[in-house]
Write a protein that binds this ligand. Structure first.
Ligand SMILES: Cc1ncc(COP(=O)(O)O)c(C=O)c1O
Length: 384
């Protein structure tokens, strides 16, 4: 067998010592409090039938896209989906990427230029951090959802520059590991006042917030936001993502976003499934969204009744996290909940900061009151 480099072996050992070694889990049949399938769309059988009909209708009966979108992969469903997305999410244009990860690395590695400045929320998703690292702009974090800290940070940095930089401010509409949201209207007003470009990752809001669209369009501020990243792997129950913005931004990304250019496009079947999910969302998604909303309220009420609210991060979204510091401890709580039948994941460091390890509940339209009460009672028993 080929040698495994010692340096890499040492890194694995360190992870193990820190109780932070990751491993791929076995598929489980527990009660789901961990997937991103917020509306149950990943399990809807009717979508595959509808997708098959769309493939017939568009006459794109190919298994794979057969090339990059810039070569042979730009099959007819791309235009159909991108036109739909632009209209549904109220944007001038939409550009589909293979995943949210790809959209973010493509965008952030190509849009901010050398000499430009990127200010990002300290809890921003790893894909945005990676994209920024791949680009040439200087980047600075600001305190979570903290506009005052952003202002101070920009002021401090601008004092050291020639004032010619473009400034990009990056946040999420629902934070993936906290479930909370910034005051986007206030952030946008600040950015508009100074000519800064606001970018919002809407991964966990797509299909849920803003009447099943996204938070930015729900707030009616889509015209002022430079770009939004929506994803289809969460509430849409599928795979893929899109950048929403001006048609010039789309043209720019088609020319410079390497994660769009140098990869095989999504298969026609994937695009047909995304379209099917959107068609359902538009016509009947209100049912699942209302149920999800009821479950969120029920969950929050139970947390209060069980006297657990102080340990939970305040959230109105489908993501609810209880801080339980230390990897070993949080892993044990999660394991015990799983023994009781509830799939609630431990989020350990380094995914989150040391001391901010947490139990992460993802709520869904299909969770029952009994399941929610059961999981929280079980948690209460475990932590005393
Ligand atoms: C905020 C945020 N952005 C982007 C992504 C990446 O999206 P995808 O899973 O489609 O690659 C995720 C997924 O974990 C996310 O939570």
């Amino acid at each position: 067998m080929a040698n495994f480099p010692k340096k890499l072996q040492r890194k694995l050992e360190k992870r193990k010592q820190e109780n932070a070694l990751r491993a791929l889990p076995e598929p489980q049949r527990l009660i789901d409090f961990s997937s991103n399938d917020y509306l149950g769309f990943a399990k809807k059988k009717e979508f595959s039938i509808q997708a098959a009909n769309l493939l017939e209708e568009f006459d794109v009966l190919k298994n794979g896209a057969s090339g990059s979108r810039l070569l042979t992969g730009n099959h007819r469903l791309y235009k159909k989906l991108e036109d739909f997305l632009a209209s549904y999410h109220r944007s001038a244009s939409a550009l589909v990427f293979n995943s949210g990860y790809d959209a973010n690395i493509g965008f952030f590695s190509s849009v901010p230029q050398r000499g430009d400045l990127v200010f990002y929320d300290e809890l921003i998703h790893a894909s945005i951090r990676d994209g920024i690292k791949m680009g040439n702009a200087n980047a600075f974090k600001f305190g979570h959802n903290n506009l005052e800290d952003l202002k101070l940070s920009i002021e401090r940095i601008l004092n050291t520059t020639d004032g010619k930089s473009e400034i990009y401010v990056v946040t999420e509409s629902v934070f993936s590991m906290d479930g909370d949201s910034p005051d986007l209207k206030v952030f946008l007003n600040f950015c508009k006042e100074h000519g800064y470009h606001l970018i919002v990752d809407e991964a966990h809001a797509t299909g849920i917030m803003g009447n099943g669209r996204d938070l930015v369009s729900g707030l009616g501020i889509e015209d002022g936001v430079f770009a939004r990243i929506i994803t289809f792997g969460k509430a849409l129950g599928n795979h893929g993502a899109a950048v929403l913005g001006s048609s010039t931004l789309k043209k720019y990304l088609v020319n410079f976003a390497r994660s769009l250019i140098y990869t095989t496009a999504l298969s026609p079947h994937t695009l047909a499934s995304i379209l099917s999910a959107y068609q359902y969302l538009e016509l009947r998604g209100i049912n699942e969204r209302s149920k999800l909303q009821e479950n969120i309220l029920f969950f929050k009420e139970k947390v209060k009744v069980l006297n657990l609210a102080n340990d939970f991060i305040e959230s109105d979204s489908a993501i609810h996290c209880m801080i339980i510091p230390e990897n070993e401890k949080i892993k044990q709580v999660s394991k015990n909940l799983q023994k009781d039948g509830f799939d609630v994941k431990a989020i350990i460091s380094p995914t989150v900061k040391k001391g901010r390890e947490r139990l992460r509940f993802c709520l869904h339209s299909y969770n029952t009151d009994k399941e929610i009460s059961g999981a929280l009672s079980s948690l209460k028993n475990l932590i005393g």
